[in-house]
Design a protein around this ligand. Structure first.
Ligand code: NI
Length: 201
């Protein structure tokens, strides 16, 4: 879930949607730290995928965001959506692959619904990315994005690899309590993964 001040024009759309009790997973949840699996081939064009994406749209719009990834609603699949008025047309990215252009050299502001209360102005991103992705019916697409759209995509793509923007946030003003919660969640996740691999061995 990415939130950016530049795109607070979501109010009108938000008002038109009746939201239920949809919730976004929070920083402590281990699903947010897992590497998500590809959406299975048989899911393309399915009711299941349609429902999941609908739920993600509602969750995102309800929160006034510009992007949300499936792991944030508890589904560890490689899928995210994004929509930011004129900056990023509403798009569903299924099983995306991202090619990063140049160095990560642009500092910008980000927040995340899974990390409430934590915003940073110092998140380093690439200025340009090319994304290869499938749509909900399985069609293949390639698009190149720059600036804020590229930032949204990098933020959401990170969610599919168990990464949060706070991992690459280096700002001194970051709230200490939140940073401690994040560190604890990461440590617990690592312990769990270690226990699992020992059990498998
Ligand atoms: Ni996020």
């Amino acid at each position: 879930m990415a939130r950016f001040d530049e795109t607070s024009s979501f109010g009108a759309q938000r008002a038109s949607i009746v939201t239920g009790s949809r919730t976004t997973l929070q920083i402590e949840d281990s699903i947010l730290r897992m590497v998500a699996r590809p959406v299975p081939e048989e899911m393309f064009g399915s009711e299941t995928l349609t429902r999941l994406v609908e739920e993600m749209w509602m969750c995102m719009i309800d929160a006034g965001g510009v992007g949300i990834a499936a792991p944030q609603v508890g589904i560890s699949w490689r899928l995210f959506i994004g929509s930011a008025s004129s900056i990023l047309p509403s798009t569903v990215f299924v099983n995306p692959e991202v090619e990063f252009h140049g160095e990560a050299s642009v500092l910008g502001e980000e927040g995340c619904l899974s990390v409430p209360g934590w915003r940073s102005a110092k998140v380093l991103r690439h200025s340009k990315v090319t994304v290869r992705y499938r749509d909900m019916d399985g069609g293949s697409h390639v698009e190149t994005y720059e600036g804020l759209a590229a930032r949204v995509i990098q933020h959401e793509f990170d969610h599919l690899n168990g990464k949060l923007f706070i991992d690459i946030d280096d700002s001194p003003e970051v709230d200490d309590t939140l940073r401690r919660r994040a560190m604890r969640a990461m440590a617990e996740m690592e312990d769990r993964m270690k226990a699992r691999s020992e059990a498998d061995a």
